[in-house]
Design a protein around this ligand. Structure first.
Ligand code: PHB
Length: 398
């Protein structure tokens, strides 16, 4: 880090601190800014939109103030995985916007890129999605309210082995979360007596999946485990699986629930029917809190059709930020804020959550789901649950 940036960051923290400081024995209300970095344009724009909706639903239900301080969200668009740009946007948020918190982050490389900045400025970073286990090992100021690939994949691989499936091919996007999914699957499935007959890694930017479908066919596997980041990627892959005849050939399709996220189900159509996934949230989850979340989405946005895992990642992340502000009395102290939420447990629209004090990642119920049509509409129906799943991939760190 350059001296200039260091001075600017220290200045930023000082200014934020003065906004909430004691003055003549009294405090005055401050505005605490939260900088949210996410895709709001381009092919993954829906992800940013779901973050924003999750934040707005939470604020509509719980208000915009904590202990007299107003919580204001400032959005920065990062249209694709681009760590250099992520770092530049985080600097701008810290130095110019004087945010006290960073949040959002759809893609792993973008979340990883801000580790030195949040440490230098002592700012907590609440990750709403990015799901590679190693992220929270890189700074003690990361807290994550989404899921990890390890967390979803271990129960899925065990379930598949119990179903008597013997030969599986893995197909993943070739970057952090994909490698985690591939490793978690192979390790768990082979321990349970299964065999991974081929491991396919696809470039993150792939749009033509036909060659990979041929390789899946040639592998002789009876089932596939697939992970790609939710959006046009998963949509293209799942459609190709159908269109190239792999579904008709009887190859069973499994993966973490990114592959059947709710906003993509109408476009996937019947290609989605029968895909079996594990995940932390389904729009079809049967709970009062989830019904309230969906009702509020409908009231605010005219529809609840976009509500998905990244909505609740942001909704619960906002809850964590509110608790951090409350615990620090609105004063800027990143480490104290993180310390205050370690071990915190609460009920979410997805089920019970707890922040593991070591990994700073949420321990949660992972659900086994199958995609089906109900009353004409595609949904992820929960058919079994695995409570208290930790991040199996956390190896310890800072
Ligand atoms: C990630 O880059 O960590 C990521 C992105 C999209 C997902 C899951 C993980 O659906």
């Amino acid at each position: 880090m350059t001296k200039t940036l260091r001075r600017a960051l220290l200045g930023a923290v000082f200014v934020t601190a003065s906004g909430a400081a004691l003055c003549g024995g009294t405090t005055w209300a401050a505005t605490i800014k939260v900088g949210v970095i996410a895709p709001f344009s381009g092919p993954f724009a829906t992800a940013g939109q779901t973050f924003k909706q999750g934040i707005e639903i939470y604020q509509a239900q719980h208000g915009k103030t904590v202990g007299g301080d107003t919580i204001e969200f400032v959005y920065k668009d990062l249209d694709q995985a681009n760590p250099a740009q992520s770092k530049a946007l985080a600097q701008e948020l810290i130095v110019k916007e004087k945010v006290g918190y960073l949040a959002g982050f759809f893609f792993t490389p973008d979340a990883l890129a801000v580790a030195p900045l949040i440490d230098e400025a002592n700012i907590p970073c609440v990750i709403f999605n990015a799901a590679t286990s190693a992220i929270t090992e890189k700074s003690p100021r990361y807290v994550r309210t989404s899921f990890t690939l390890w967390q979803n994949t271990v129960p899925l691989a065990e379930h598949m082995a119990k179903q008597g499936i013997k030969k599986v091919v893995t197909a993943v996007s070739d970057y952090g979360p994909g490698i985690d999914g591939e490793t978690a699957f192979k390790q768990t499935f082979e321990k349970a007596g299964g065999q991974v007959v081929d491991s396919i890694r696809m470039p993150l930017k792939s749009t033509d999946f036909a060659p990979f479908m041929q390789r899946i066919k040639d592998s002789g596997a009876e089932a596939i485990y697939a992970f790609l980041p939710a959006g046009p990627t998963t949509l293209g892959f799942a459609k190709a699986f159908n269109d190239t005849g792999l579904k008709a050939a009887g190859i069973k399709f499994f993966g973490p629930g990114d592959i059947t996220q709710e906003p993509d189900l109408p476009a996937l159509g019947d290609a989605a029917v029968g895909i079996t996934t594990t995940f932390n949230y389904s729009q079809a989850h049967d709970s009062e809190m989830n019904r309230q979340l969906l009702a509020k989405a409908k009231e605010l946005f005219g529809s609840s059709d976009l509500v998905t895992f990244s909505t609740v990642g942001a909704y619960d992340g906002t809850h964590v930020i509110y608790k951090m502000v409350e615990a620090t009395g609105g004063k800027p102290d990143g480490l104290k804020a993180v310390e205050a939420v370690k071990g915190m447990a609460w009920d979410s629209p997805r089920g019970p959550l707890k922040i593991d004090p070591n990994s700073r990642h949420v321990t949660q119920t992972i659900y086994l789901r199958v995609t089906e049509r109900k009353d004409g509409k595609l949904q992820n129906t929960e058919i079994a649950s695995f409570p208290d799943q930790p991040d199996y991939g956390y190896k310890g760190g800072k």
